[in-house]
Design a protein around this ligand. Structure first.
Ligand code: SF4
Length: 94
């Protein structure tokens, strides 16, 4: 699966993809994002491409309120949240 994009890996097997993210992050210090990260000048962001991949995953998720692009699980507006480097999907889809 090395040649597949993150989006293609997710689409091929959403459950395994989510598990691999949980395992990869299990040793990390909790860096969960918060809404006010968006006004913190020290917040790190992902590339536009990475944010687009995350948003595409959200757009295929039944937890997304499509018109608002708001997640029913975390309440966040995903167009903004997907840009924050340490943000995580509450269902570990990205
Ligand atoms: S953050 Fe996760 S649960 Fe929420 S809409 Fe996106 S993929 Fe779905």
């Amino acid at each position: 699966m090395a040649d597949l994009s993150e989006w293609e890996k997710y689409k091929a097997n959403p459950e395994d993809y989510s598990k691999s993210l949980v395992e990869a992050r299990s040793g990390e210090v909790n860096k969960a994002s918060r809404p006010w990260d968006l006004i913190n000048p020290n917040t790190e962001y992902v590339s536009k491409e990475e944010a687009a991949i995350r948003l595409d995953i959200c757009k295929s998720c039944p937890e997304l309120i499509q018109g608002l692009l708001q997640c029913k699980k975390c309440g966040c507006f995903m167009k903004a949240k997907t840009t924050i480097k340490h943000a995580e999907c509450p269902l570990h889809k990205w």
